[in-house]
Design a protein. Structure first.
Length: 298
């Protein structure tokens, strides 16, 4: 039995379009985990509500001329999470490594942002992390926890040692995180910078920072959006990105280098489904961008 079969179960199918595992380049996995949440909770419900939203929004992307109905997806259901954070991350690492080894692009639906640590551990070496997020998540410890959704990026930097980490949409930090980012050489781009310089220059800056990196893990915390566009997140912060600017930025970083991605931190109880719809659309847009990039290569 594979780790995927051992640690995940069937669920409602993302987008409603299911292909056999062997024929699908993209494999969806829900991770209903929010054990370390520090303000709002509820991200454990997000895989279900985002899947539901994906069944009820249109599938065509005008940005890329791609219809999700023509993208081969396999939904593997949800990871079997536990009340032990490290065990949940271990299981996720095993499943993610198996998917990457099978030449699949894992599509993770969180869940809290801590899950990105488990996924990053499966990436091996020489990969960059591109993170859309209001927060840096670089604290060493918070509420007596060394591993949480407030510290996971620091743990990623320490444990997997990616040559580049780029955080986009930053606007909520503490002094400890700023000091660590400078010391560790972590690049972050604030919302103020993005609005001042525009999407094109921001994408150029990201591209220059990544340099010759050939493998990218993309992670999207939905709180990168302003709460006007995504109110139901676990740690909302004012002064965020607008939806159109966010999607345009995504398009600038989604190419053949992205070999896995996640969308996290949606807390469905805090709205009437708007944020889950945004998350589903975000996944559609990322998949469309990746498909467009793949077609251009072919």
């Amino acid at each position: 039995m594979s780790h995927r079969e051992l640690y995940s179960s069937p669920s409602a199918v993302f987008s409603g379009l299911q292909k056999p595992f062997a024929k699908a380049p993209y494999v969806v996995l829900g991770v209903p985990f929010d054990l370390t949440s520090t303000y709002r909770t509820g991200a454990r419900f997000a895989p279900t509500t985002i899947r539901d939203a994906s069944l009820n929004i249109e599938t065509y992307s005008f940005r890329y001329g791609v219809d999700i109905e023509n993208v081969s997806l396999c939904d593997s259901g949800d990871l079997h999470v536990t009340s032990d954070t490290q065990e949940t991350l271990r299981r996720l690492e095993l499943v993610e490594r198996e998917l990457i080894g099978a030449k699949k692009i894992p599509v993770l639906i969180g869940g809290e942002h801590t899950i990105t640590l488990g996924a990053a551990r499966a990436m091996g070496k020489n990969f960059a992390v591109v993170d859309f997020d209001a927060h840096l998540d670089l604290r060493d410890e918070y509420m007596n926890l060394k591993t949480s959704h407030t510290t996971f990026m620091r743990r990623i930097n320490e444990q997997t040692k990616p040559p580049k980490i780029v955080e986009i949409g930053t606007r909520a930090v503490c002094k400890e995180e700023l000091d660590y980012a400078k010391k560790a050489g972590i690049t972050f781009i604030t919302t103020q910078q993005i609005r001042k310089e525009g999407v094109k220059k921001t994408v150029e800056k990201i591209s220059k920072t990544l340099g010759n990196i050939k493998r990218v893990y993309l992670t999207v915390d939905m709180d990168v959006l302003d709460p006007a566009f995504a109110p139901a997140v676990q740690n909302p912060e004012p002064d965020g990105l607008s939806a159109h600017m966010f999607y345009d930025l995504l398009g600038g970083v989604c190419d053949e280098r992205v070999i896995a991605f996640d969308v996290v931190e949606v807390a469905p109880p805090y709205d009437n489904g708007v944020t889950s719809i945004q998350a589903a659309r975000t996944i559609f847009e990322i998949l469309s961008a990746l498909e467009s990039s793949r077609k251009q290569r072919d």
